[in-house]
Ligand binder design. Structure first.
Ligand code: XMP
Length: 309
């Protein structure tokens, strides 16, 4: 189907379902949810509210950056601060699927509350075909795939609309471009719903998130010119001895992860020039006092996955 025909069809579908009602669009700033917000806005105008949940697991300055873009395009935008709830739910959890479950549950409870608060009738969300495939393949339970893991969205008081559910990432980017999103957005690296929690091995706590967030900013900045499919930092649960300010330190270990992929179903590590890796290592160890070691992850998918939990 041509892109413009796809867009028209989805706009008509959203209008048809929502009718005279109101819809919330869960917007994290990633390309999938941004495309959904724009489609929703085209279909519903001011009857669409883009909801950015600040779960404390986002990249630096994300709430401000994303809400600014949405508002600039005339989209009604609400930022909801819920970091406390997410950290409470994640406390003490170390098993990846327990972490995903805790995140998902808090995410949908928060959405359920917001839907009531704003008297919305529908929730639009940017689930794409790959999310469903991975969840059905039992590789990971993606945070936004409820019915496939046997949960009825009604449990959270939600009626969900998923306009992108048949598209893979390249298709979503094409739709984004056609909708007039800026290149920065439609070419943006994928960022998983559970955010930096998928890049922390072991317990997710505010201090640990702060370490991985700082490292993420450095990795993204230094690798931007290589246009990787996805590049980020990971915080391991182990520690390693190093020397900080002339003293022995038993510090944290950060992994640099950068992969090339089309649809995230398979991936290969980016061939980063050695000098660039060296620069990233130096910056991370210098700018983040708690880190003593930096590693580069060379694993393709499969057998690895892209994220760490
Ligand atoms: P993995 O780690 O399974 O990731 O190789 C494949 C792609 O999916 C993203 N990802 C998620 N996206 N909710 C999302 O919206 C999730 O729960 C989730 N888990 C992984 C990941 O960033 C990669 O692009």
């Amino acid at each position: 189907m041509r892109t413009s025909a796809f867009i028209d069809k989805q706009i008509a579908m959203i209008r048809g379902k929502v009718g005279k009602g109101t819809a919330l669009c869960a917007t994290s700033g990633g390309v999938d949810s941004m495309v959904c917000a724009f489609l929703g806005y085209k279909a519903l105008g001011r009857k669409l509210i883009a909801l950015f949940i600040d779960d404390g697991l986002m990249r630096e300055k994300e709430a401000r950056t994303v809400s600014k873009i949405l508002r600039k395009h005339g989209i009604r935008t609400v930022v909801l601060y819920a970091a406390k709830d997410f950290f409470k739910a994640l406390k003490g959890k170390e098993d990846p699927e327990d972490m995903r479950k805790a995140f998902r549950d808090t995410f949908y409870k928060t959405l359920g509350k917001a839907v009531k608060k704003y008297k919305a009738d529908f929730l639009i969300q940017g689930t794409i075909a790959a999310d469903i495939k991975e969840t059905k393949g039992k590789i990971k339970s993606q945070h936004n795939v409820l019915s496939q893991i046997g949960i009825s969205p009604k449990k959270y008081g939600l009626v969900i609309i998923e306009p992108l559910v048949n598209l893979y990432k390249p298709g979503v980017r094409t739709v984004g471009k056609k909708l007039g999103l800026s290149k920065d957005i439609y070419q943006r690296m994928p960022f998983p719903g559970p955010g930096l929690a998928t890049r922390i091995v072991g317990e997710v706590t505010p201090p640990r998130v702060s370490i991985v967030r700082k490292a993420t900013t450095i990795v993204e900045k230094e690798l931007k010119r290589f246009k990787p499919f996805q590049a980020f930092a990971v915080l391991l649960n182990d520690r390693a001895t190093g020397v900080k300010k002339g003293k022995r330190a038993f510090g944290n270990i950060i992994v640099i992860r950068s992969v090339e992929s089309k649809d995230a179903l398979t991936a290969t590590p980016t061939k980063i020039p050695y000098e660039v890796l060296e620069k990233i290592q130096k910056r991370i160890v210098r700018e983040i006092p708690q880190v003593t070691k930096v590693l580069y992850d060379m694993s393709p998918k499969p057998p690895s996955t892209i994220e760490y939990i």
